[in-house]
Design a protein around this ligand. Structure first.
Ligand SMILES: C[S@@+](CC[C@H](N)C(=O)[O-])C[C@H]1O[C@@H](n2cnc3c(N)ncnc32)[C@H](O)[C@@H]1O
Length: 216
């Protein structure tokens, strides 16, 4: 998450004060290590702009689920099924498709770079066989309200349907949704539903067991 001294937190605190909301805690940590035994559980969890920075997004959603008692608000960048840029690039993606950034090249990379550039997000790494870094502004930091943070690599371009499929697979029911950022982002209000598909839990458990064996 954003460093606790980032200006966005000041905005957040001001808004909470205006609404007389005091019942919150700020914790800084790695989404991949969220552990209810360490930090407890929360009636509502909000995760914004993080998922596409995760090489393993379904595991990250399962981590969020492990600390969510009822509601998850999840916002993420998405790409539409059809892109036509003002420079003449065209891209059609099947529903349910997610593009793995390090594997994108050629005309697809060009269309995506132009699409994001139109809203001021320059992604020169897309098409270079790498996932990042993204938003490491260095000496140009002052130009951006986001600051000079390395936000971690951009691993995925999700279509809306792919993101919804991941949330559902991880055991959430989508109650409401809202498009933002000129339809470049979606926010979902999700409610804990059925348990995640067994295969997901089994896969994650196996992965964690291997990690524990390595550390032992
Ligand atoms: C695009 S910014 C979004 C910032 C803010 N949440 C928002 O919605 O405006 C990406 C955020 O993902 C965070 N991030 C990247 N990898 C993370 C991880 N493994 N665990 C938690 N946060 C992470 C970065 O620190 C950064 O704050």
């Amino acid at each position: 998450m954003l460093p606790l001294d980032h200006p966005f937190w000041k905005d957040f605190e001001e808004r909470c004060r205006e609404r007389h909301l005091e019942n919150y805690r700020k914790l800084q940590g790695d989404i991949n290590r969220l552990d209810p035994e360490q930090i407890g559980t929360f009636e509502m969890v909000h995760c914004s702009g993080v998922l596409y920075h995760m090489p393993d997004p379904v595991s990250a959603i399962l981590r969020l689920r492990s600390v969510t008692e009822r509601y998850l608000i999840l916002s993420s960048a998405v790409v539409p099924s059809r892109i036509v840029t003002s420079q003449g690039a065209e891209l059609n993606l099947p529903p349910g498709c997610a593009l793995f950034v390090p594997a994108i090249d050629g005309a697809v990379a060009k269309a995506l770079r132009q699409y994001w550039s139109a809203c001021g997000v320059e992604l020169p790494e897309v098409g270079q066989g790498t996932a990042g870094p993204w938003m490491r502004y260095g000496k140009d930091a002052k130009k951006s309200r986001m600051g000079s943070i390395d936000y971690s690599s951009w691993w995925w371009f999700f279509t809306e349907r792919a993101l919804e499929g991941m949330l559902q697979t991880a055991g959430f029911k989508i109650v409401d949704k809202h498009a933002g950022w000129g339809s470049r982002a979606m926010s979902y209000l999700c409610e804990r539903d059925t348990p995640p598909l067994p295969v997901v839990e089994v896969g994650l458990a196996r992965y964690e067991r291997r990690g524990a064996e390595r550390e032992a």
